[in-house]
Design a protein around this ligand. Structure first.
Ligand code: S3P
Length: 180
């Protein structure tokens, strides 16, 4: 069973992904790193030279490749914008159990107030950008997730416990529904 982590920038997808990978003894893939490795460029460079739409196509391609490689029993962290393209919803859901790490804008600002790596946040009005993007994205995260975990004020261990205990049941239910 693959576990796919989705959610806003700063929600802890990579940190949790790596920790879960150790705990569940499942390999870890980060779609941002996958794209960086494949193109030999950083996400910031891709945004700068090719623009955001080109990056979004690369994200869809990455999902398609993971699916056609038939990867199993992996932990997959995605970029925060991955669920914004409805074309990715089916791909994400086919890949495994999709977990939305839900976070409040205030917590994102606390965590990423000084971030320099995320192209979308390199603006004076960072707080407004976070709030607006969050409002736009929340319905999409909800639509393509199989389970939701609130991450604000929780320790990594507690979040991992929640994912660990709930995901197996969610996966079983999902498989049953597919064959009914
Ligand atoms: C993005 C999130 C980033 C990265 C890119 C775009 C987004 O990943 O994919 O900068 O649109 O939210 P993280 O969510 O891991 O920061």
């Amino acid at each position: 069973m693959n576990i796919i982590l989705i959610g806003f920038m700063g929600s802890g997808k990579s940190t949790l992904g790596i920790r879960l990978s150790y705990r569940m003894k499942q390999p870890y893939i980060d779609t941002d790193k996958y794209i960086e490795h494949k193109t030999g460029r950083t996400i910031s460079e891709i945004f700068e030279t090719d623009g955001e739409p080109a990056f979004r196509l690369m994200e869809t391609e990455a999902l398609q490749e993971l699916l056609s490689d038939g990867i199993r029993d992996h932990i997959i962290a995605t970029g925060g914008g991955m669920p914004m393209d409805p074309a990715n919803h089916g791909l994400l859901k086919q890949l495994g159990v999709v977990v939305w790490l839900r976070i409040r804008p205030e917590t994102v600002l606390e965590r990423l107030g000084n971030d320099t790596k995320r192209p979308l946040l390199q603006r004076e009005d960072r707080e407004t950008v976070i709030r607006e993007l969050m409002q736009e994205r929340a319905p999409m995260y909800e639509k393509c997730s199989d389970m939701i975990v609130d991450v604000d004020d929780k320790k990594v261990e507690r979040i991992m416990d929640e994912i660990f205990t709930k995901s197996r049941g969610v996966w079983k239910r999902k498989k049953r529904m597919r064959y009914e």
